[in-house]
Design a protein around this ligand. Structure first.
Ligand code: ADP
Ligand code: ADP
Length: 229
């Protein structure tokens, strides 16, 4: 079944066209990896999928709502879409615990004890169970990025969007972050991933989408995509 459906999405920044009739249906439990040269619109497309960008034409359907429609409050729906960025965007003045509880407790109004239990078990899964009291400045880049992923997971998203989440990391920390994403894939999480890590793309993707100049040029299985014609 289709979970997130982009239909002929066109996006301009002023007069510059960043997305040109981009259509992509993302199925439940599917992992889609988006590849393409810098500036081709990958990040813009991800932000459109989250309703973070306004678009000039086209629709983004999620649970029957069009996230691209202006003037409507889709925040409750958008909370079901988790996103992780290149820069971790943890709140520096908050402990890991408070970073993780902010969404579930203050936005979703869930009981603190239940949210803390979930946060603890997710932290354990990414190997950071002992870091609840740490502050972001005390963590390595790889640890911060794993915390950022856990923070998104604490909202119980139905789909996760990853925008070059290892691009700012030292090489030795890339693996630990990619392994968490591979674990999510094995557990059936629906994901759209923008990355430059080709080995990872090949390993994790059900489908590879190749973009260039604001358009989708190719959609293929990793096996076919990575086999030279
Ligand atoms: P990618 O993620 O593939 O590197 P982007 O989606 O970041 O590409 O950018 C697509 C195009 O839109 C680029 O030409 C970029 O310069 C432009 N762009 C991206 N964000 C903005 C913005 N906030 N304002 C103006 N232009 C932007
Ligand atoms: P295993 O349990 O055999 O180690 P998994 O697929 O469960 O394999 O996990 C692989 C990696 O992904 C581990 O680092 C794990 O902590 C992480 N991981 C798996 N599932 C989740 C999840 N739902 N939330 C957070 N991290 C996860």
């Amino acid at each position: 079944s289709v979970l997130l459906d982009a239909v002929r999405v066109t996006k301009f920044y002023d007069t510059r066209k960043a997305l040109d009739h981009v259509s992509l249906a993302i199925h439940a439990k599917e992992v889609v990896v988006i590849l393409g040269p810098s500036g081709c619109g990958k990040s813009t497309f991800l932000r459109c999928l989250n309703g973070l960008e306004t678009v000039q034409a086209g629709s983004i359907y999620f649970h029957g709502s069009d996230l691209a429609l202006p003037g409507t409050d889709w925040r409750p729906v958008r909370q079901r879409i988790g996103m992780v960025f290149q820069s971790y965007e943890l709140f520096p003045h908050l402990s890991v615990r408070d970073n993780l509880l902010l969404g579930p407790v203050h936005v979703q109004k869930r009981p603190r004890a239940e949210a803390l239990r979930q946060a603890g078990s997710l932290l354990e899964r990414v190997g950071l169970a002992d870091r609840l009291d740490s502050f972001p400045r005390q963590l390595s880049g790889g640890q911060k990025q794993r915390i950022a992923i856990v923070r998104a997971l604490c909202m119980n998203p139905e789909v996760m969007l990853f925008d070059e989440v290892t691009a700012a990391l030292d090489p030795e920390m890339v693996r630990e972050v990619l392994d968490v994403i591979l674990g999510l894939a094995r557990n059936g999480m629906t994901m759209v991933i923008v990355t430059h890590e080709m080995g990872f793309a090949r390993a994790v993707a059900d489908r590879i989408v190749f973009m260039d100049e604001g358009r989708i040029c190719e959609i293929n299985t990793p096996g076919k995509f990575f086999t030279a014609p």
